[in-house]
Ligand binder design. Structure first.
Ligand code: ADP
Ligand code: MG
Length: 699
């Protein structure tokens, strides 16, 4: 395999993944496991671990994990300290075992154990795994809660949930009283929600202490993180290092730089495919749904002309409905190779058994935010070294594995060790709304890494202009703001829904927001682009992409044989079905808020005005006259502008309007506006007078 891969330019770099991954965590010489608590070291004999490969049932298997082996000592530490940081290699059993060990000892008392995950798919699969290990139905003792899905019951004691869900719970109860143990997992990912939770749990602990309420234990967990910052933040709490050998992962780097990582990934996939046994599955890291779909269709094409075992390709990205995501965990038939094409959602926490080869393109699509223009950007960037190690780690979960990096060792060395915490680079309006709803003042909140002041200011200004808060210096929720927190979506879109009754269009707004909350509904296979394009024309509206999406959604709801209908119309059945589910959930919230659901019928400009009343910061004006240059726009208004073009997939590309609103500003090689609709320039003054005034003042 080495020589074949070398043809692509690979270079064998490290013999053993474990020894290079976290330098300070060396295994002791005699190969025993070590647990180190603030300098105090306990050693354990690891003979048992040699049996890992032969263990068959899940309950036996767990007993062989490093965490399980040191459980007595670990539980003692957990009993002793109310806050601790726990560092252990990926695969050592932190996420699946520690909550179980705590529960076995009933350390949670009458409360619950929460384990947060940055990603939905991780929360779900971990809960399923732990329920299986505990031999219980999911939703019983072990449950999970993710956006649009709550699988828990009054019996639930161990609850896996996304960090976003715990943050939402903090709105109803900032002291999080129903939990006696909160584990904030994958702390190194530094998602904005986890970052805020660091502060929420710290404050909740203090408050509960001073009011003599039940004690809250907090465990911050990760494989790699900046422990000093964290320990200091939590009043010098103890840091516990857990050492344990997972399976070795051999790392290969590309010998030369690749201009086109998609092409390089395809080369690597097929070189490995023809040289490795079929029971070794591959995991390929890509950046997003469209790219995954393109590569998936390429693989299917190439596979027809290539020798080797049959292939099953499984996509895995955030927008995929949960049930579809779980198919990644289904075993491929014997003799078939599974190739999982995933975004960075498969980077941490998850275990996909049978993955033997990881192919790492080394890139990630990252959301950034320009506080000056208020525009969100989605850009493809090189990922951090920590992400590289996490990705490689996915190959060594249930057997030894290999990671093929499609970038050179020098490129890797030049990368940042960790990525910038999301809170520094993302829009904060959603998060700040939650914080304010929990009764906190964003200006005085104890962030572990405070976001830039102008970012807080810009987000508060937006919330003020949306009508969610009363002022920006000492913000309090308005009645409207309180209602906005009831929807599990971006405040801009909850504003759209809450305004919809005034525009007589809640019926349509619900459908539209639901489709926008799902993923791309159009299915455009490369080799059938023209047919797909022709079908899309059936739904096209001259008003733009939003109404086109609404037409698709309405037609889908009417269709009887939905799967067949989607196939004929080149539409994505799973994403449309997911949109229907989301609509039901949003509708339920509207009912709780006593909102009147009426339809605007054919008066679709009402719907567009309503959309603009939430998305007023997303306007763009044409820069060119009629003709070829007319698809060039200038975005923003209140604080500067940037040039961007209509995305080629937009229905407005052929007749670009003078003014439009866009769903997304995407930066790849060029700046593109995606999901756009034509608007009348004077609407802005009507629907968002404060913002329009600010725009005029800035000009
Ligand atoms: P950590 O959080 O320390 O990275 P986990 O607790 O997630 O580790 O997993 C520990 C080990 O348990 C994995 O390396 C794997 O061997 C096993 N495991 C966990 N989840 C699954 C699963 N869904 N299927 C098979 N094995 C699993
Ligand atoms: Mg984990």
């Amino acid at each position: 395999m080495d020589s074949k891969y070398a043809a692509l330019g690979a270079q064998k770099q490290h013999k053993n993944f474990n020894n290079v991954k976290v330098k300070r965590m060396k295994l002791s010489d005699d190969n025993t496991e070590v647990i180190k608590t603030n300098g105090h070291v306990i050693q354990l004999n690891q003979q048992k671990k040699n049996n890992l490969d032969v263990a068959e049932n899940v309950q036996e298997n767990r007993k062989l994990l490093p965490v399980y082996a040191v459980k007595g000592r670990l539980l003692e530490e957990i009993r002793k300290h109310n806050t601790m940081i726990l560092i252990g290699e990926t695969g050592s059993g932190k996420t699946t075992q520690i909550p179980q060990l705590i529960h076995e000892q009933r350390l949670e008392g009458l409360g619950m154990i929460a384990v947060t995950q940055p990603r939905r798919v991780a929360a779900i699969t971990l809960a399923l795994r732990v329920a299986a290990e505990m031999n219980t139905e999911i939703g019983n003792i072990v449950g999970y809660s993710v956006r649009f899905e709550d699988v828990t019951s009054p019996k639930t004691k161990v609850k896996y949930l996304t960090d976003g869900m715990l943050l939402r719970e903090a709105v109803a109860d900032p002291l999080l009283k129903k939990y006696s143990v909160i584990i904030l997992d994958e702390a190194h990912e530094r998602t904005v929600n986890t970052d805020v939770l660091f502060g929420i749990v710290k404050l909740a602990q203090k408050e509960r202490n001073s009011h003599k309420l039940n004690t809250l234990k907090v465990i911050i967990m990760s494989a790699t993180m900046d422990v000093d910052t964290f320990s200091k933040y939590y009043d010098n709490c103890p840091v516990i290092y857990l050492e344990g050998r997972t399976y070795p992962v051999t790392i290969y780097h590309s010998k030369m730089k690749h201009e086109d990582y998609q092409y390089a990934a395809l080369c690597a996939i097929f070189q490995l495919h023809v040289t490795t046994p079929a029971n070794q599955d591959f995991l390929v890291f890509l950046t997003g749904q469209e790219e995954i779909e393109t590569v998936m269709s390429n693989i299917k094409q190439i596979a027809k002309e290539t020798p080797g075992p049959p292939i099953r390709v499984c996509p895995l990205y955030a927008g995929l409905p949960p049930a579809k995501q779980l198919q990644v965990w289904a075993k491929a038939p014997p003799g078939t190779r599974k190739i999982v094409l995933a975004t960075n959602i498969a980077e941490a926490s998850v275990t996909i058994p049978q993955i033997k080869c990881v192919i790492d393109t080394g890139v990630v699509k990252e959301r950034t935010w320009c506080t000056a223009t208020g525009a969100e950007r989605l850009a493809v960037r090189a990922c951090s070294q920590a992400a590289g190690w996490q990705r490689a780690g996915r190959a060594g979960r249930t057997q030894p594995g290999a990671a093929y990096r499609l970038y050179t060792a020098a490129e890797f060395a030049a990368r940042a060790p960790h990525h910038t915490p999301e809170i520094i680079r993302c829009p904060l309006s959603s998060t700040l709304l939650m914080l304010i709803a929990s009764g906190m003042d964003p200006w005085y909140f104890p962030f572990i890494d405070p976001p830039p002041k102008d970012s807080i200011q810009a987000s508060l200004t937006l919330l003020k202009e949306l009508g969610a808060i009363d002022n920006e210096t000492n913000p309090k929720l308005t009645v409207l703001g309180k209602k906005m927190t009831a929807f599990p979506i971006d405040p801009k879109y909850s504003k759209v829904l809450l305004n919809a009754p005034d525009y007589n269009c809640l019926e349509e707004a619900l459908s539209l927001v639901a489709v926008l909350s799902s993923e791309n509904v159009f299915y455009t296979p490369l080799h059938k682009r023209d047919e797909a394009y022709k079908m899309k024309q059936k739904f096209e509206s001259p008003l733009g992409d939003h109404i086109t999406l609404l037409n698709v959604f309405k037609a889908f709801c009417k269709a009887t044989m939905k799967k067949q209908w989607c196939k004929e119309n080149y539409l994505n059945h799973k994403n449309l079905s997911y949109a229907v589910e989301i609509r039901q959930q949003l509708f339920a919230v509207c009912q709780r808020l006593n909102m009147t659901v009426t339809s605007c019928g054919t008066a679709l400009d009402q719907l567009l005005k309503c959309l603009l009343s939430g998305l007023f910061t997303n306007c763009a004006w044409s820069r060119g006259g009629p003709g070829a240059g007319a698809a060039r726009y200038a975005t923003g208004g209140a604080a500067g502008a940037r040039a961007a073009s209509l995305h080629p997939s937009s229905v407005l590309v052929r007749r670009p309007p003078p003014a439009l609103l866009y769903g997304e500003l995407m930066l790849s090689r060029r700046a593109y506006l995606r999901t756009v609709s034509a608007i009348e320039p004077h609407w802005l003054q009507q629907v968002a007078p404060d913002y329009a005034r600010r725009c005029r003042a800035a000009r």
